[in-house]
Design a protein around this ligand. Structure first.
Ligand SMILES: [Zn+2]
Ligand SMILES: [Zn+2]
Length: 385
């Protein structure tokens, strides 16, 4: 059982018991689960086998009072769910190599031994802010999309800059080849307590500024802060149907967490380029099509463009006024529920600017045939009141 196991695995959860469970409860729960997941009862089922191993391992530790106490202490020190990276040669913890720091390899020795050397039996009061998992920060960025990609959804490459542990010193803040040491003033607690007669209050240690550690030779890259900016490029999936100016949340794609904390979220503000033919209002596409004066007056079957598809037929009834909008169902933008918006077609009645002799004659005949009331009569009358 390594330190890494102690910090990564939740043995209580594995056995389905609370942290305060009695030895009897632990045994009962173990027996029940072991029967259920025993390989003999689940021949060839890898998941059950894995679960059985997990249960056995948890019981091994929790059924032994001494090991259970060590396990509890490890988790109270470093926070449950803390994760240690860098498997194999001694886990890394918050950028620190425990092996270097404690003069032993963490995966070799038992946790009690490892911690005992440093904290000298000070026990569980040593929970410093250094040790707690920290959620990564949320990151905000922007992406420019073509009109069509916004409609269909796309994958974009985003270059992000995160603040994280300095890679040169692995977050220790110490110059290469050196390691930070436990702060001599607070013995690594990060807190110093001041005694004021009847009161004692604690404040962040001034020497290590609450870190619990001090460095003699600071890392040149991060000036000893242990923090640095790093750039990364990620592929982000932009869902279909996003609109210009929309802010998309990509959960867990923000800055990575530290010491096993969850990653932050990534917010992408999208900018959608225009299209030479189509516009968009929510999930509807819009298009303006020219129609001739006679098509509007006599009615016609016309072809209108559809986005990325074959033109669709649209019937214009006789007597269609300029500016009327027709709806072509299902030719708009796909919604998240799979349905599609519509294509809204606005007609723009064209007035001929050049006329052949035949056309002029025909129009003059048309004028003679339609002489009647002045279409402005009502307007002129109302203007006088
Ligand atoms: Zn200190
Ligand atoms: Zn550094």
């Amino acid at each position: 059982m390594s330190t890494k196991d102690f910090l990564e695995k939740d043995y209580y959860k594995a056995l389905g018991v609370s942290k305060g469970a009695s030895a009897d409860e632990i045994k009962k729960s173990y027996r029940k689960l072991a029967r259920k997941y025993h390989p003999d009862a689940n021949k060839g089922d890898a998941a059950s086998e894995e679960r059985f191993k997990e249960i056995s391992e948890a019981y091994n530790v929790l059924s032994d009072p001494k090991r259970r106490a060590e396990y509890d202490e490890a988790r109270s020190l470093f926070g449950s769910g803390a994760r240690m990276g860098g498997g194999g040669s001694g886990g890394q913890f918050g950028g620190f190599d425990l092996g270097d720091l404690f003069g032993t390899t963490s995966s070799g020795g038992r946790l009690g031994d490892v911690l005992g050397g440093v904290f000298g039996g000070r026990g569980r009061t040593n929970t410093t802010t250094q040790a707690r998992p920290r959620r990564g920060t949320d990151v905000e960025t922007e992406a420019s999309l073509s009109f069509s990609d916004a409609i269909d959804g796309t994958t974009v490459s985003l270059r992000l800059t995160d603040e994280g542990p300095c890679k040169v010193c692995r977050g220790t803040g110490a110059k290469a080849g050196t390691v930070p040491k436990v702060c001599p003033d607070c013995q690594g607690t990060g807190q110093s307590s001041r005694d004021l007669g009847n009161f004692a209050f604690s404040e962040p240690c001034a020497t290590c500024r609450g870190r619990g550690l001090v460095v003699d030779d600071p890392c040149a890259t991060c000036s000893g802060s242990g923090r640095a900016l790093s750039a990364r490029t990620i592929q982000a999936r932009i869902p279909a149907g996003v609109a210009d100016g929309q802010r998309i949340k990509l959960k867990g794609r923000g800055a990575p967490g530290e010491r096993g904390g969850p990653a932050g979220d990534l917010y992408v503000r999208v900018h959608v380029a225009g299209h030479p033919v189509f516009g968009r209002t929510a999930h509807n596409l819009t298009v303006t099509v020219p129609v001739t004066f006679t098509e509007a007056a006599l009615g016609a079957e016309i072809k209108v463009p559809s986005h990325r598809g074959q033109p669709v037929n649209l019937r214009i009834p006789a007597g269609t006024p300029n500016g009327r909008t027709f709806r072509v169902r299902g030719k708009g933008v796909r919604r998240s529920d799979g349905t599609q918006g519509d294509l809204l077609v606005k007609v723009d009645v064209q007035v001929p600017t050049e006329l052949t002799d035949d056309a002029r004659n025909a129009l003059e005949k048309f004028r003679e045939a339609t002489t009647g009331a002045d279409p402005r009569d009502e307007l002129l009358r109302k203007g006088r009141t």
